[in-house]
Design a protein. Structure first.
Ligand SMILES: Cc1cc2nc3c(=O)[nH]c(=O)nc-3n(C[C@H](O)[C@H](O)[C@H](O)COP(=O)(O)OP(=O)(O)OC[C@H]3O[C@@H](n4cnc5c(N)ncnc54)[C@H](O)[C@@H]3O)c2cc1C
Length: 415
């Protein structure tokens, strides 16, 4: 039986570990925290998953919360001008639902599930020295530490890493006690504030297995909504979030004015510098390890891609490990697996970059989405599967051509 070691019990590490246990491998996951510590920790992310990533979890039997957790059934986008006037406002039903389950709940339950299915879980924070010592005990060691410092073992790919500082500063939390059920529990709402940032609001399922509502404030650094970095505790976060809604979405303030955090740790602040690293990590004594998910492809969360990518990369790596049979997991194999994933993930990065620095043609696409359900459907498919956005979403000339075709088709349907 081949032995696989995985560092990091997060979105990618647990999906990979459980896939391999199910396929009959001997798998050890090293986690820096116990399941209880994860459950009781501060919120680190608010990831919504799209249909393909949800299907990966379903196929692994990890969709424990499908019955009770709320789903996004609709999408609502509002765009303001620089004076605060609403210039675009449209909604649509989602053909396939999106879902957000608190990763603290997921990871702690999945760790227990991993052990229940026969995996070995070792609670220990692994440093480079540990990694060097433990690597020879395994046929393959996969590093899935997310933003953890061990990721610096993997060399930065300068060509694929154009950013050297965060493009947005983030604040996010889970809330209850909203006044209206108009948006609550059903709709993914995005509010675009030019030169200020974006506010995302979506139904979620928190670590205590209660439905809640996530609000994520995504601010341009140094601009008026960039006010979460100095927040010290949940009370300050709540007040700051309420004030931001009052100031930037006054027409909805009444709904949010009495809201509370869903629990004291349900808030986060931060900023991410996107980076792509090389997948092969070289250890001091000459061994090699493979990096996956955020450890080697770290995105700003603005386009909601990271956890979706983590599931997809874990799924691909599991398949490739199985296909490899008894052959060695050498650096050529690691690079080839990464290259195959790159064919997919480069579009996810492209989509994120379009959100971070919107090219001019994105305005035309946005206007078309508001009017033409066909364009909106293509966009939803694209968020779920970014390669389908190529080339029309990424290139102004191709966007023009695509929109002309879609408009002509739309006119033909109307007349
Ligand atoms: C505010 C915010 C909102 C987000 N929203 C979305 C979204 O809507 N959709 C989406 O798809 N993604 C979203 N993401 C991104 C998503 O959460 C991550 O991309 C995803 O969790 C990455 O998975 P991973 O397995 O690489 O890392 P993680 O899930 O972070 O797991 C890494 C694990 O490794 C552990 N670890 C770290 N170092 C060590 C060590 N030395 N030894 C042992 N264990 C270690 C950590 O404790 C952690 O448990 C969001 C992120 C943020 C910050």
């Amino acid at each position: 039986m081949r032995r696989i070691g995985i560092i990091g019990a997060g979105q990618a590490g647990l999906c990979l570990g459980i896939s391999l246990i199910d396929a009959g491998y001997d798998v050890t996951i090293f986690s820096d925290r116990t399941p209880e510590a994860i459950l009781n920790s501060r919120l680190r992310a608010t990831p919504i998953l799209f249909p393909d990533a949800l299907e990966i979890e379903r196929n692994l039997g990890l969709n424990f919360w499908d019955e009770e957790s709320p789903v996004c059934e609709g999408f609502h986008h509002q765009v303001l001008d620089t004076e605060g006037n609403l210039v675009l406002d449209y909604s649509s039903k989602l053909e396939a639902h999106w879902r957000g389950v608190d990763q603290r709940l997921k990871f702690s339950c999945w760790m227990e599930e991993f052990v229940r299915r026969g995996g070995e879980l070792i609670v220990r924070e692994i440093n480079l020295d540990d990694l060097d010592k433990l690597a020879p005990n395994y046929d393959l060691v996969v590093v899935a530490v997310g933003k953890g410092s061990l990721a610096t073992l993997f060399e930065r790919d300068a060509q694929r890493s154009p950013h050297n500082k965060p493009k947005r500063h983030l604040g996010g939390g889970f809330f209850t006690k909203l006044k209206s059920d108009r948006i609550f529990f059903h709709t993914f709402q995005m509010t675009t504030l030019p030169n200020v940032g974006e506010i995302f609001q979506l139904p979620f399922y928190d670590k205590n297995e209660n439905p809640c509502y996530a609000s994520v404030f995504v601010a341009y650094p140094g601009e008026v909504m960039d006010r979460f970095s100095h927040v010290q505790n949940g009370r300050e976060f709540l007040e700051t979030a309420k004030k931001a809604i009052q100031e930037f979405m006054p027409w909805e303030y009444e709904i949010f004015e009495d809201m509370e955090l869903s629990e004291e740790n349900a808030w986060l602040c931060g900023a991410i510098t996107p980076i792509v690293r090389r997948p092969v990590g070289h250890l001091p004594s000459g061994g090699i390890v493979m990096g996956i998910a955020d450890a080697v492809i770290l995105n700003d969360p603005i386009a909601a891609q990271g956890a979706n990518n983590a599931n997809k990369m874990a799924h691909l790596v599991a398949q490739k490990i199985i296909e490899r049979g008894e052959r060695k997991f050498d650096s050529e194999w690691m690079q080839a697996v990464f290259d195959e994933f790159w064919e997919y993930v480069q579009y996810s990065i492209g989509l994120t970059d379009c959100f971070l620095s919107p090219p001019e043609h994105l305005q035309d696409i946005g206007m078309a989405m508001a009017k033409n359900p066909d364009v909106l459907r293509d966009y939803f498919n694209g968020i779920n599967n970014p390669p389908s956005l190529s080339p029309w979403f990424f290139d102004s000339f191709k966007a023009k051509k695509y929109l002309a075709e879609k408009n002509a088709k739309n006119l033909a349907i109307v007349t």
